[in-house]
Write a protein of this length. Structure first.
Length: 100
């Protein structure tokens, strides 16, 4: 989703990730993890996880996004992975999905 002139969200990696992954993820619990190398502040990996879905087989979902900050100060997503949390009786695991 392109930014309009003067919007602030493209200047923050976490806001770009939330806008891409969906601010309205369905889970009761949401966690956001941001990893940014201390010596290099122009790259980030953001993981957005939602859990506690009210669907029997699907317990949640996770987005992992790799972002880069351009010379203009705006963050761009370079790579995105998505997975569903399968909640089968006796085990839980993330099943990778295909982002389309």
């Amino acid at each position: 989703m392109p930014a309009k002139e003067g919007q602030a969200w493209p200047q923050e990696a976490i806001l770009v990730a939330l806008r891409f992954a969906g601010e309205d993820l369905k889970g009761h619990t949401k966690t956001i993890e941001v990893r940014m190398p201390p010596e290099q502040r122009n790259e980030a990996v953001v993981t957005v996880t939602a859990s506690g879905y009210l669907v029997d087989a699907i317990g949640g979902e996770r987005w992992r996004l790799w972002l880069a900050k351009g010379a203009d100060g705006l963050w761009t997503i370079k790579r995105a992975l998505w997975a569903q949390l399968c909640s089968c009786p006796g085990s839980q695991f993330y099943l990778p999905g295909k982002y389309t």
